[in-house]
Ligand binder design. Structure first.
Ligand code: PMP
Length: 435
């Protein structure tokens, strides 16, 4: 099998105490570096890139064929149906907002409060209403909760759910949730931002109606995402953006909007982004998503086991310890503020992690046991225009280039911080509160 290599995997970073070392990236859940094959594909394609769908020249023909080819690669990678529409978007957030704008009038959406804001919020300004289910304490409870809700609300239109959590790494029971949704006549959309780079996805086998993902979490550079799914709502909704490329005919008084993906892709499309995203999917597929998932889940289990031994660490999870999880681990260490800890890991050890609330405020408050009173007082303070420090955590997340050595290094660094404290004094920025 081919080896998966990333661009910039040997970057050296300066350390605050002097010297330098190889950067240890443990922040794949935010954005991933590009695969070497993606960079090579872009080098090869860049000389030919030109206007898509709009030119007669050979470069336009090549670009159009690469752009449409990318759509088909994405269809194959995600196991979408031949009849599904595949819209190239900016990212998962754009895809979810696009779907929200295409809901039938009066649509009723249901989502769990544990969702990333991308999957939690777009429905609030759609043409329907949204109901939130409390956070389940296990995968099976999620299925039960949804089933109980839909039994009482059988006119629900859409279930919005994550494939894998960007905060806890927990893998949601998509196939079961899809079965329950369909039993009550609802459709299901899966936020696959985190699932897509780490687990094999077959929309047809899972019986998922819509799926959203981001290229920049899938080992391609920023700028392109995708929404795949059933054509009818997309074809009968208003164009997501109004402009060139989305129409069949225009008079000053009438617009005949296109059908298919182009209806929602007004403006010159991001051909480079689409080609890069497709090249990444092809490379991952050639490696084998099942094999990759198996390797990464073993690494993630190793990371959780080893991290649990760091003195003073608190690891967070919503579900029982044996629940299936991808390699995303949130934690705090003793009395360290999360931003302080992340700053120490970067400055003294050259480790890149993320810290904060991970765009999932309800979930992080639940994981950190923040009381309703505390949450209310934070809210009130924010409303007055202040920016209080929000409770949060540090998150380490793994990807295709992560090794046991990287994880050992993180664990040893945290243990050193826990035992000896930081070896440097960090100033606090009075405006942001960041260290
Ligand atoms: N959903 C999940 C689960 C995510 O992790 C993210 C990115 N953090 C998003 C949605 C949003 O992705 P993007 O920023 O690429 O739109």
């Amino acid at each position: 099998r081919p080896h998966l290599e990333l661009v910039g995997d040997d970057i050296q970073v300066p350390l605050v105490q002097g010297g330098q070392r190889r950067y240890i990236n443990l922040d794949f859940a935010a954005s991933t570096p590009a695969l070497v094959e993606v960079a090579a594909k872009l080098d090869e394609f860049l000389p030919y890139y030109s206007s898509v769908h709009r030119g007669a020249g050979i470069k336009s023909q090549i670009s159009t064929s690469a752009y449409e080819g990318a759509r088909e690669t994405l269809r194959a990678f995600f196991g979408a149906l031949p009849t599904d529409t595949i819209v190239i978007t900016r990212n998962t957030t754009d895809s979810m907002n696009l779907l929200a704008s295409c809901l039938p009038v009066g649509a009723k959406v249901v989502a769990f409060t544990s969702e990333h804001h991308t999957t939690l919020l777009p429905w609030q300004r759609s043409k329907g209403s949204v109901h939130y289910l409390t956070m389940p304490k296990s995968a099976s409870q999620a299925v039960e909760q949804l089933s109980d809700y839909l039994r009482g609300q059988p006119d629900t239109t859409l279930v919005a759910v994550t494939g894998a959590s960007n905060v806890t790494g927990e893998i949601w029971p998509i196939a079961e949730l899809a079965t329950v949704a369909h039993q009550y006549g609802a459709r299901i959309v899966v936020d696959a931002a985190q699932m897509a780079p780490h687990l094999a996805i077959d929309m047809t086998a899972l019986d998922v109606d819509y799926l959203a993902a981001s290229g920049h979490k899938l080992y391609a550079p920023y700028g392109a995402g995708v929404l795949l799914g059933r054509a009818d709502w997309l074809d009968s909704a208003e164009a997501y953006l109004r402009g060139g490329g989305a129409v069949d005919f225009v008079t000053p008084t009438e617009v005949l909007w296109s059908r298919g993906a182009s209806r929602h892709e007004a403006g010159s499309p991001n051909v480079i982004g689409a080609v890069a995203m497709a090249a990444a999917c092809e490379t991952l597929a050639a490696y084998g998503m099942d094999e990759l998932a198996e390797e990464e889940i073993a690494l993630a289990d190793y990371a959780r086991r080893r991290l649990a031994d760091v003195p003073g660490i608190e690891l967070y999870r919503l579900w029982e310890p044996e629940a299936a999880r991808i390699g995303v681990v949130p934690f705090n260490l003793a009395a360290y503020d999360h931003s302080h800890l992340a700053a120490i890991l970067s400055a003294e050890f050259g480790i890149g992690v993320r810290h904060g609330c991970f765009c999932a405020h309800p979930l992080i408050l639940e994981l950190l046991n923040v009381s309703d009173e505390q949450a209310t007082s934070l809210r009130e303070e924010i409303k007055t225009g202040n920016r209080p420090r929000l409770p949060g955590a540090v998150r380490m997340s793994i990807g295709v280039s992560t090794t046991r050595d990287d994880l050992d290094y993180l664990v040893n660094s945290l243990t050193k911080i826990a035992n000896e404290g930081p070896s440097w004094t960090y100033a606090i920025d009075p405006n942001t509160g960041e260290f």
